[in-house]
Design a protein around this ligand. Structure first.
Ligand code: ACM
Ligand code: ZN
Length: 550
């Protein structure tokens, strides 16, 4: 009797395991709806791509290129249904609903069907298909044919949030154009659609501006770099305890490099948002052009971490002309809607002591230096708006009054984002916890590389819900989404960028794409274990705490 029950239980367990719903899919982020189908689509070099509408040619080329590089396949593109053999077909829905990032992907033995209204939707469908492809092709012994055996699924997918961003600080440490493209590949794999490129800061100016060549000849260089953590002395003078490496450091992107990266991102449906910091975080620019500071300098590009006292002078009209000329070139390079103007951590000491800044406060009837900061940002916003673009800035742009059309990036917690949404301004959430990937991901500091501090593990990132509960339904509509930030004071090379951002980037992608009721951390970890083989194949140096449990 006992034996029979045991056997029944085993059979029962087996049949449950064999149920389609129990299948673990190698997909990150998890699609909105997936049904497992009991069929296999054999993708071979003879499979054809049926392209009915040429608008999708760029995405089809992307897929074909991927197949060529990874498996040596070069699929034929045709416009009519083939009489024999299997095929991939790209179609559009019967009516336009305006959901340009949505896609359906369904398959059987003979057909693999994409339905997408927009190019972005098809692109995301292709990224899903790529994740379903085995890492290695097999050669069928009978047919002697190279094959990718793809488990059939029926997928209906759509993103939860419209801003799915990742940031990279290329000022504190410089990452080459090729490394930035690799980073963009990771974003594409996880269906992010914004790359926030932090191009300037106190420690280095990294974008060529033709009108101001000293920004790169002087501002992109620093004579050395602090070793480890600075003493954070209050008077801004070097501390006896601070040690420097004595190695000159520098690098910048030419405008041709920038165009190449922007085009590369565009092909992957990623908008690049450049960040040009002002009025603070500007010492590298002031080292090159000290006349736009309050004191006149001279300055050196910052060699330590932290925030410089010296900032742009808000009382000097020529400062605004300088910044507008810079922004004019920046705007021409970046086709996206947003220009990030920084706005964070502007120390006000210089403004307090500067006769020109004080005269501006008096002339404009401003209450204090916070309102002077608001004057500064609003004046820049007018210029940016006149060029047809929007500004986005860190949540300090709320201090002293928000510029009329500004979007707020909430980083000092979520209070700034909540306040902005209540004022009917668009918001991108990026609170330090859990969106700063320069924080530690394990408490085992003996084995972890030096990080900025704080503890921000994978499960916290995964659990993140960018929409604060305190917002009403109407107010919540102003939350565009969220973003992960990778500040690089202690991230000195690209392998460390990979380590700090992966797999937290994967976890954030699911917090931004997958419907709340479909999220499940345990299931994510199981999928991540499968997916980690892809990261291995890509030679990504990812953190393995989800395997080692340390
Ligand atoms: C920031 O982390 N200073 C925006
Ligand atoms: Zn001043």
């Amino acid at each position: 009797m006992k034996k029979t029950v045991t056997l029944l239980l085993v059979l029962c367990a087996f049949s449950i395991l064999a149920q389609p719903s129990q299948k673990l899919l190698p997909l990150i982020p998890l699609p909105k709806e997936v049904k497992y189908l009991d069929d296999i689509f054999n993708l071979t070099p003879k499979t054809k791509i049926v392209l009915v509408n040429d608008i999708f040619k760029p995405e089809v080329d992307y897929l074909n290129n991927y197949l060529k590089i990874n498996y040596g396949f070069d699929l034929k593109i045709v416009s009519d249904l083939p009489k024999e053999g299997n095929y991939i077909i790209i179609t559009q829905p019967d009516f336009e609903a305006g959901f340009l990032e949505n896609y359906d992907l369904t398959m059987n033995q003979n057909q693999l069907i994409f339905i997408a209204e927009g190019n972005a939707g098809l692109f995301y469908g292709i990224e899903t298909l790529i994740q379903l492809m085995p890492l290695e092709k097999i050669v069928d012994g009978v047919l002697g044919e190279s094959q990718l055996k793809i488990q059939c699924e029926d997928i209906k997918d759509a993103p939860h949030y419209q801003w799915r961003g990742m940031h990279l600080d290329c000022s504190r440490h410089f990452f080459s154009k090729e490394e930035v493209k690799k980073y963009i590949n990771y974003l594409a794999m996880y269906k992010f659609n914004v790359f926030h490129w932090h191009l300037v800061d106190d420690q280095g100016w990294r974008i060529e501006i033709k009108k101001y060549p000293l920004l790169t000849s002087i501002g992109s260089q620093r004579k050395e770099t602090i070793v480890g953590k600075p003493a954070w002395d209050k008077d801004g003078k070097p501390s006896k305890d601070d040690k420097y490496d004595g190695n000159p450091y520098g690098g910048f992107y030419t405008q041709e490099d920038i165009k190449e990266v922007v085009t590369y991102a565009q092909t992957r449906h990623i908008t690049v948002v450049p960040e040009i910091e002002m009025p603070g975080h500007s010492l590298a620019a002031l080292a090159a052009y000290p006349q736009y500071s309050c004191t006149g300098g001279p300055f050196e590009t910052y060699t330590k971490w932290g925030v410089s006292d010296d900032v742009y002078c808000a009382g000097n009209d020529s400062t605004f002309l300088f910044l507008q000329n810079i922004l004019s070139e920046v705007i021409d390079l970046f086709p996206g809607k947003y220009i990030h103007i920084g706005g964070d951590e502007c120390l006000k000491g210089r403004w307090k002591a500067c006769p020109k800044c004080q005269k501006r406060i008096a002339d404009e009837k401003l209450k204090d230096e916070n309102e002077l900061q608001s004057y500064f940002i609003t004046r820049i916003e007018k210029y940016v708006n006149s060029k047809g673009k929007q500004i986005i800035g860190w949540d300090e742009i709320l201090d002293g009054g928000l510029a009329p059309n500004a979007t707020v990036m909430s980083w000092r917690g979520t209070a700034g984002g909540i306040a902005a949404a209540k004022q009917k301004h668009m918001v991108v959430m990026t609170p330090g916890k859990p969106c700063y990937f320069d924080h530690y991901q394990s408490k085992d500091k003996k084995t972890e590389p030096l990080a900025i501090g704080g503890f921000n593990p994978l499960d916290s990132v995964y659990a993140y819900n960018p929409t604060p509960k305190s917002l009403s339904e109407e107010e919540a509509k102003f939350i565009l989404g969220a973003q992960g930030n990778v500040w690089t004071e202690y991230i000195t090379n690209f392998s460390s960028v990979q380590y700090m951002s992966m797999p937290r980037m994967a976890a954030l992608s699911e917090a931004l794409w997958t419907p709340l009721d479909k999220k499940n951390y345990k299931n994510f970890i199981e999928r991540l274990k499968i997916h980690s083989r892809t990261l291995d194949k890509m030679n990504v140096n990812y953190a393995k705490h989800f395997i080692n449990k340390k």
